[in-house]
Design a protein around this ligand. Structure first.
Ligand SMILES: Cc1cc2nc3c(=O)[nH]c(=O)nc-3n(C[C@H](O)[C@H](O)[C@H](O)COP(=O)(O)OP(=O)(O)OC[C@H]3O[C@@H](n4cnc5c(N)ncnc54)[C@H](O)[C@@H]3O)c2cc1C
Length: 386
């Protein structure tokens, strides 16, 4: 496809976030949109996501984002013609410290008020949900039966397909190399395939968001951190379906993927990269060690493979959505950490409202791009391990 020379909006990044924004803009009538993707649609960190969707967030805005995601995923096939593989397998958090439980209880009150089904259950009840669990050292568990998962590739393909049908141009294998400004405001981008003039540039570059920000002289507090996921050979000894189960004490989580078990050590590591993600196979040991402590029978399973990806974290673990301070015409939707897949439907919807109606119908001040400057938290401060 030839690179369009002008556009009403250029979206940098064809991940799940960029494709959702492009689709929602087009659905609302702004069809003259170009998405520039340096590789292929959905090949960035979106391709590494575990697909989890939970309402178990600490803030009203994020809980509402998750509820919106559930609404969209429930009718995804009708709207996008793609089966997203949406399943309500539930999320189960295993709690061993009173302090952790108190933090959960505070959040559950808010989640329940907003209509989510989240409950504290006993360790014995947790074992009824996942028979293979060791629960003797737990004080409680937190169960969200409405939580679940869907396929990041399918969802991204759905957004991209409908966006294209509505007129959006998605160009692949093309990299944005510089951002152009005229009289202090955004006037377009220069790519490896030529220039596109546009008054509106949207940074949806995932782990590379800070690099794109720097092209406009804007510091964005997005810090990519590596996380591994491993999978076993078919392992019927743990019968599915299994909720996405997290051991809060160690960060270890697992779930069933067809006959295999997916497991992650919950690692958070700065590898000084925002694109290439080499595997560190020594992490298998860490994952298996944590797994056996919580699910002893996993000691009988064989690890068949794994992958690593970058989670674009921020210092307060909330995304950054809004106009970039100091550069008119530069909008950012970045820093989604470990929840960008599930928050992509709401992000697309509210970003489109913001850009087309002048403001979103939900208060998004939680995600304010200027908050780190005002709070005294330096934007370049590394996020705490989660
Ligand atoms: C191991 C792991 C597990 C995860 N599990 C979950 C989960 O269970 N649930 C969940 O909701 N989230 C999960 N996530 C997080 C989720 O993957 C991300 O938050 C989400 O995919 C971010 O989407 P994005 O579109 O912002 O980024 P990306 O998918 O990375 O898209 C950005 C795109 O921008 C492109 N790009 C960058 N620079 C340029 C440039 N200069 N020019 C052109 N294109 C450019 C990249 O090629 C990329 O395709 C997980 C992440 C990891 C690593």
């Amino acid at each position: 496809m030839d690179l369009p020379r002008t556009a009403s909006a250029v979206v940098i990044g064809g991940g799940v976030v960029g494709c959702s924004i492009a689709y929602n803009l087009a659905r609302r009538g702004l069809t003259d949109v170009v998405v520039v993707e340096r590789e292929t649609v959905g090949s960035g960190t979106t391709s590494k996501a575990a697909g989890g969707i939970r309402v178990q967030f600490p803030t009203e805005t994020e809980i509402r984002f998750s509820l919106e995601a559930i609404r969209v995923f429930e009718r995804f096939e009708d709207e996008f013609g793609v089966d997203p593989g949406y399943k309500k397998i539930g999320y189960l958090f295993l709690v061993s410290e009173p302090e952790q439980l108190r933090a959960f209880e505070k959040r559950i009150a808010l989640q329940t008020k907003l209509g989510a089904d989240v409950r504290v259950i006993t360790p014995a009840d947790a074992q009824k949900l996942v028979a293979a669990l060791r629960v003797d050292d737990l004080i409680a568990a937190v169960w969200g039966p409405g939580d679940g998962l869907a396929g990041p590739a399918e969802v991204t393909a759905g957004f991209a397909r409908r966006a294209r049908e509505l007129g959006v141009k998605i160009v692949e294998g093309v990299r944005v190399e510089s951002l152009e400004r005229t009289n202090g405001r955004m006037s377009g981008v220069t790519t490896t395939a030529g220039a596109i003039a546009s008054p509106l540039v949207i940074n949806a570059a995932g782990p590379s968001a800070a690099r794109i920000g720097r092209l406009a002289g804007v510091t964005l507090a997005v810090h990519p951190r590596r996380r591994h996921i491993f999978f076993t050979e078919p392992f019927p000894a743990i019968a599915g379906p299994v909720p996405l189960t997290t051991d809060v004490a160690t960060g270890f989580y697992f779930r069933k993927e067809l006959e295999q078990v997916l497991l992650s050590p919950g690692d958070v590591e700065d590898i000084g990269q925002d694109f290439d993600v080499p595997m560190d196979w020594s992490k298998v040991e860490e994952a298996v060690h944590k797994a056996i402590r919580r699910v002893p029978i996993i000691g009988d399973a064989r690890i068949a493979g794994g992958w690593a990806g970058l989670r674009p974290l921020t210092p307060d673990d909330h995304a950054i959505i809004g106009w970039a301070p100091g550069v008119e015409g530069f909008f950012v939707a970045v820093g989604f950490g470990g929840h960008g897949f599930q928050h992509s439907p709401a992000t697309g919807r509210y970003v489109a409202e913001w850009l087309l109606d002048g403001k979103p119908s939900l208060d998004l001040s939680l995600f304010d791009p200027g908050r780190f400057d005002r709070s005294g938290v330096r934007a370049d401060k590394a996020p705490d391990a989660e």
